[in-house]
Design a protein around this ligand. Structure first.
Ligand code: ADP
Ligand code: ZN
Length: 294
C-alpha cells in the first residue's frame, strides 16, 4: 500500500472531548468528528461505529492519563487512577482492537502530540523534544533519542513541584499536591485565582507575568532534565501569545547562564508554538497507526 492510499485512524482521547480523524499516510486530514467525553458506555460505541464506517487500516490512540502504555503489561491501553471514575480501569485500546480487528497503537495524548510535532510540525528532524500542553491540565510528552519516553509509567511533568511566593499560599488547586505546576498554572488554576476564565484576563499583565514565571520554572527544569532541542508549548492557555516572550525570558533567568548552547541563543525557535496548528494530536496518533502497520 502506498503512503497516500493508507487510511489511518486517529483518536485524541482527551478528558473533555474526543477527536476522531481519518488521515492519509502523508498527513492529510480526510475526515474528522468530535464528541464530548462522557462515560465509556456512551462515548466509545459511537466512535467505534464512526471508524468502522470509514474503513481505516489501523488506529492510533493518544489518551489522557494516567494510563498504561507498556505493551508488555496486561493493562496496556487501559486508563488507570483517573479522578473520572467511569474511566478508571477502562480498557480503551482493547475496546477498539476487539471491535475493529485492526492494529491499534497507543500512547499518552501528550506523547502523541510530541510525535505529531516531530513528524509534521516544528520539531521535524529533531530527536529530542518536549511538547507541553497548558490547558485544563498541564502535561508533557517527551521524545528522547527519537523514542517517546515511557519509563516505569510515563512522565507526569505537569505535576512538577514549583517554587511559590508567599502570596500564592493555598492557591494550588491540585488535589494531590500543595504546590505543583498544574495546580498553579492550568486554565482552572488561573480561573480560581483571579475569579474569571483565563480567556477573559487577557488585559491583566499581572496574570501573565505570574503564569509566565511558573512556565519559565517548568521550561528551565525541562532543559535541565531532558536537554531537549526544542520545547513546544500548546493548549488553550497558550492562546495568550504574550506568554511566549515572558516564558522565554523567565526560562533563561531560572537557568542562570548555567547551560550554554546554540539553541538557547535563539529562544524564539527554542520555545515555540505548535507547528501543526492544533492538529498535532491527531497527526501524531495517525503516525502511531502508520508505524503499527509498517
Ligand atoms: P483541554 O486541556 O481540556 O484539552 P484546552 O487545551 O483547549 O483543552 O484548554 C482549555 C483551557 O484553556 C481552559 O481552562 C480555558 O480556560 C483555557 N483557555 C482557552 N482559551 C483561552 C484563551 N484564549 N486564553 C487563555 N486561556 C484559554
Ligand atoms: Zn499536582
Amino acid at each position: 500500500m502506498s503512503e497516500k492510499q493508507m487510511r489511518l485512524g486517529a483518536l485524541e482521547a482527551g478528558g473533555t472531548k474526543m477527536v476522531c480523524a481519518v488521515v492519509s499516510g502523508d498527513g492529510e486530514v480526510l475526515d474528522r468528528m468530535e464528541t464530548p467525553t462522557l462515560a465509556p458506555a456512551e462515548t466509545v460505541p459511537q466512535m467505534i461505529e464512526w471508524f468502522a464506517a470509514r474503513d481505516v487500516d489501523a488506529l492510533g490512540i493518544g489518551a489522557f492519563g494516567p494510563t498504561c502504555v507498556d505493551p508488555a503489561d496486561e493493562r496496556y491501553g487501559s486508563i488507570l487512577q483517573t479522578p473520572k471514575l467511569a474511566w478508571r480501569g477502562y480498557g480503551l485500546r482493547a475496546a477498539f482492537a476487539d471491535a475493529l480487528g485492526i492494529p491499534v497503537a497507543y500512547d499518552t495524548d501528550v506523547n502523541v502530540a510530541c510525535l505529531g510535532e516531530a513528524v509534521f510540525g516544528c520539531c521535524k528532524g529533531l530527536k529530542d523534544a518536549v511538547y507541553v500542553t497548558i490547558g485544563t491540565g498541564v502535561g508533557a510528552g517527551v521524545m528522547c533519542a527519537g523514542r517517546l519516553l515511557h519509563g516505569m509509567l510515563h512522565p507526569e511533568a505537569g505535576h512538577m513541584l514549583v517554587r511559590t511566593r508567599p502570596t500564592e499560599e493555598g492557591r494550588c488547586v491540585c488535589p494531590s499536591h500543595a504546590s505543583c505546576l498544574e495546580g498553579l498554572a492550568s486554565g482552572p488554576a488561573i480561573a480560581a485565582r483571579w475569579g474569571k476564565p483565563a480567556a477573559e484576563l487577557a488585559d491583566n499583565d499581572e496574570v501573565w507575568m505570574l503564569e509566565g514565571d511558573y512556565l519559565g520554572q517548568m521550561c528551565a527544569n525541562l532543559v535541565l532534565m531532558y536537554s531537549p532541542h526544542r520545547i513546544v508549548l500548546g493548549g488553550g492557555v497558550m492562546h495568550q501569545e504574550q506568554l511566549y516572550g515572558i516564558v522565554r525570558k523567565k526560562t533563561l533567568e531560572y537557568l542562570g547562564g548555567y547551560i550554554q548552547t546554540a539553541e538557547l541563543k535563539d529562544m524564539e525557535s527554542y520555545i515555540c508554538a505548535p507547528g501543526c496548528g492544533g492538529d498535532q494530536g491527531i497527526l501524531g496518533a495517525a503516525e502511531l497507526a502508520r508505524r503499527a502497520l509498517a
